[in-house]
Design a binder for this molecule. Sequence first.
Ligand code: 3HC
Length: 329
Amino acid sequence: MYAQMVESTGKTVKTAAEMTPQEAAFQARIDAGEKIEPKDWMPDAYRKNLIRQISQHAHSEIVGQLPEGNWITRAPTLERKAILLAKVQDEAGHGLYLYCAAETLGISRDEMYDQLHSGRAKYSSIFNYPTLTWADMGAVGWLVDGAAIMNQVPLQRTSFGPYARAMVRVCKEESFHQRQGFDIMMKMANGSDAQKRMAQDALDRFWYPALMMFGPSDKDSVHSAQSMAWRIKMNSNDELRQKFVDQTAPQADYLGLTVPDENLKWNDEKGGYDFSQPDWDEFYQVLKGNGPCNRERLGARVKAWEDGAWVRDGLMAHAAKQDTHLAAE
Ligand code: 3HC
């Protein structure tokens, strides 16, 4: 797969002959499937690339609470409300494990927040789309968490120990999220005509943004070749996108819904579906901050950070007082 990656991206990584002995020994550990732990030697670029990916992942979990948080007060039943509340809380937990994993690489939580709040760090493009109806809660769980699982199950085998271990719990919880989304879609798709229309509309709006979650096509991916050589990433963007379509298209059929793609068709020869690519211009616009909800999402995070200043100040003052007491004893 890695050789294929090099071919499709046109990007190469250092050969063994170009590596220093320390780099070659590091690569050999990765190739042997060993885990790299925070105190181990690692190339600066490995550390930097991991901080980039893990912190973006953490930001995605945190910003990802917003589109669903929007529906907690409007969930149709108490049971649905309790389930959605638990799911949104899980996402906060995922963000925290991931920030912790990134901190072990030498970046502070404040620096990561600052990168997010100043717009320097990315988070997943998907969260810049609005959630307009209750059916969107179904589509988000089914498609967005479904896409996240497709990407994150292989990351349980990623080379950096703290990231791989965080992924084990994250994936267990994401599976529950995906199932609850599918359950909402089943109810809606088998409900009244109006509910069925809502479910179809949610699928129509979330299908292509979900395909974008896997990142640009392999030939345009900046990091894939090196990230795959270091097992920071286990699969290419296109490979995971294909797997996602292959898994999800029959689920849409089961729901009696139509994937909004005239070109979606099973291809016996390749053993997978042919499908249309998302609008990549739209994807890059969202990444630049011009998606439908970018400003609203970032604004909400910055406001939460500023509104919480008094809590952080209070905790710091309390901790300083405790330290003074301990020092006096
Ligand atoms: N949204 C935002 N930015 C994206 C993106 C997306 N969907 N896809 C790619 N990008 C960015 C990359 O971050 C990179 O930008 P940078 O150089 O400024 O960091 C650029 O586009 C080029 O893309 P590459 O393919 O070279 O980037 P990667 O190799 O990092 O691949 C990725 C992108 C597949 C998202 C990879 O980073 C990854 O697997 N990350 C871990 C998983 C993750 O972050 N998931 C977030 C999903 S949401 C989620 O998990 C929340 C849950 O509750 C649903």
